[in-house]
Design a protein around this ligand. Structure first.
Ligand code: KG4
Ligand code: ZN
Length: 334
């Protein structure tokens, strides 16, 4: 039996979690509201907010888990990729805390953690993916189709050559002045819109790779032309615009995932990362999997966006292998 304290601070969420083996005991997240007024994450403000949040968040996770500091067997932390100033807060805290307790450290890759969140034990739904399976990792910074051979053997089948899917969604929201982050707002407004109202072309990219910068530009030019004719165009057609751009991006994402699963004879498909909270992506993945009699793995909302629970489960698998980190390891941004 192992108790792992996990720390995540790669971007703008400060989070700490406690796991007993693969069972989650607590997962505390402090989201930073300060960035909303700037329309994106301001790195300098993010690291300051992590500095303010880290101790109360870790304290809360330990108390909520009902354990004592002395019960902790290892401290897992996100080493990268992420923003350097943000990572440094979590990494330095984890090192000092581990050192003070005399417990080993475990370094975790943020992207692997997103994918491994599917292995956190869920009493209501004990099933987790079996190898090999495909995972679409879609966040604000990454878009990849991965083929998992084992927990840490993740083959990249394809990835974006420019913007990430979440970035494209956030930029579309910004063009419409919907605030930051735009993903959840687009998702909500799209519920009342017609997804076939407007058509935005998707690029021809070979293999399982993606490109989102063209979609964003065609959305921008389309709106610029319409606004010349009617300055209230966005306001009047907001829901249809959200539904249409969402359908374009989700359709593009899943077309390649479906192809990858067919080509690799894989019958289990998962999604992970912030954009996996998107309701259309979730329902469409389920529809495609039902059509092929594949099994879909859709994470609970609390594990889609950044959280320390996923860092904890990745840390647990490394703990089992005895893979500990040296105290001198620096964070990495990419
Ligand atoms: O994984 P995450 O929390 O942070 C990164 O590692 O990037 O992902 C954040 C991204 C943002 O682009 C946000 O707009 C998007 O996830 N997102 C969504 C939804 N919820 C969050 N995108 C579409 N629909 C959502 N419901
Ligand atoms: Zn993330």
């Amino acid at each position: 039996m192992s108790i792992i304290l996990a720390i995540e601070s790669s971007c703008d969420d400060t989070s700490a979690a406690v796991l007993r083996d693969d069972t989650l005991l607590s997962n505390v997240i402090a989201s930073q509201k300060v960035h909303e007024q700037y329309g994106g994450v301001v790195p300098e403000l993010a690291s300051r907010a992590h500095q303010q949040n880290i101790i109360p968040v870790v304290d809360g996770a330990i108390r909520e888990a009902g354990i004592l500091k002395e019960d902790i067997d290892a401290v897992a932390f996100t080493r990268g990729p992420g923003l350097m100033g943000s990572l440094m807060v979590g990494v330095s805290f984890a090192k000092s805390f581990g050192q003070a307790l005399g417990k080993p450290l475990i370094e975790v890759n943020h992207l692997q953690a997103h994918v491994l969140s599917h292995f956190i034990r869920k009493p209501e739904n004990p099933g987790c993916p079996e190898f090999p399976f495909i995972c679409l990792l879609v966040s604000g910074g990454h878009t990849q189709i991965l083929l998992l051979h084992s927990h840490f053997d993740m083959e990249i089948l394809g990835q974006t050559i420019d913007d990430a899917a979440g970035e494209a969604i956030d930029k579309a929201a910004k063009i419409m002045d919907l605030g930051y982050p735009g993903g959840p707002v687009i998702d909500r407004l799209a519920q009342e819109g017609n997804p076939d109202a407007y058509h935005f072309a998707t690029p021809q990219i070979p293999g399982y790779n993606y490109s989102f910068s063209g979609i964003k530009t065609s959305f921008l030019y389309f709106l610029r032309d319409r606004l010349k004719e009617d300055p209230d165009f966005i306001e009047k057609h907001k829901a249809d615009l959200c539904a249409s751009i969402q359908k374009t991006i989700v359709g593009f994402l899943l077309k390649k995932v479906e192809r990858a699963a067919i080509d690799h004879h894989v019958r289990q498909v998962a999604i992970a990362g912030g954009v996996s909270a998107n309701s259309l992506l979730r329902s469409e993945l389920q529809r495609i999997c039902d059509k092929h009699h594949w099994k879909a793995f859709i994470p609970p909302f609390k594990f889609c966006t950044d959280n320390a629970a996923m860092v904890g489960i990745a840390g647990y698998f490394k703990y089992l292998k005895g893979e500990f980190a040296d105290i001198s390891l620096p964070p990495y941004t990419r």
